[in-house]
Design a protein around this ligand. Structure first.
Ligand SMILES: N[C@@H](CCC(=O)N[C@@H](CS)C(=O)NCC(=O)O)C(=O)O
Length: 216
């Protein structure tokens, strides 16, 4: 199975963590935003990452790929069967992929991707507005919602934890660190999720990449 994407994308990172937790083997084919790679373009109708080719079957969108893989490899379940837990996991996946990733994207795209990867100026006012106006509300919601179990849903890791922890790396690349004094639950929970063996090696790789990009 081939996964197309870049390790700095929150959606790709979420999928890489999922694949590691499931023990599914794959090859990561690195592609950039707007990449003309024919395999990537065939698998991703909108040219967005991640995309997947599993033999002849292609699919794009992190959640679509994860639902496909969850049906194909049910164990260990990262999308619970219990109706309430399943509903909550899908809520968090949506939260992570939409408002949270959008806020991190405004900061990460305008401060890093545009100037460092695309050779053009980003909209720094939009990045500053996202950090000042959107991020505090989202973090306040998350801080209050993290249960004592240490997992967003139930008492074990689910897709919810991967989907919401992943965009935190993009905030971190922008210099926005979670302050353990203000957000103790997010700090402890995200540290535990991002240091799991399914994610830690990818995060080391992207941190090396980001160090090179920022030094250039
Ligand atoms: N909902 C999609 C979002 C994918 C997405 O927007 N990926 C970004 C990179 S983080 C992308 O490929 N953007 C390129 C573009 O919009 O042309 C998913 O979960 O996979």
């Amino acid at each position: 199975m081939i996964i197309y994407g870049s390790v700095v994308s929150p959606f790709v990172r979420k999928l890489l963590g999922y694949l590691g937790e499931k023990g599914i083997s794959f090859e990561l084919k690195g592609v950039a935003v707007g990449d003309p790679d024919p395999g990537f373009r065939a698998a991703s109708p909108l040219g967005k990452m991640p995309a997947m080719a599993d033999g002849d079957f292609t699919l794009a969108d992190s959640s679509a790929i994860i639902h496909y893989l969850e049906a194909k490899h049910p164990e260990p379940a990262l999308i619970p069967a219990d109706p309430q837990e399943r509903g909550r996991v899908i809520w968090w996946d949506e939260f992570g992929d939409t408002v949270f990733a959008a806020c991190s994207g405004k900061m990460f795209f305008n401060r890093i991707v545009a100037p460092k990867f695309m050779g053009r100026a980003g909209d720094l006012a939009a990045a500053a507005a996202a950090e000042a106006e959107e991020l505090p509300k989202l973090l306040a919601y998350l801080e209050n919602a993290i249960p004592d179990s240490g997992f967003l849903v139930g008492d074990r890791l689910t897709l919810a934890d991967l989907a919401v922890a992943s965009p935190l790396m993009n905030f971190r690349h922008c210099g926005a660190r979670i302050d353990a004094a203000t957000h103790p639950k997010i700090a402890a929970w995200s540290e535990a999720i991002l240091s799991r063996p399914s994610l830690a090696p990818w995060i080391e790789k992207e941190e090396r990449l980001m160090a090179k990009v920022m030094a250039a």
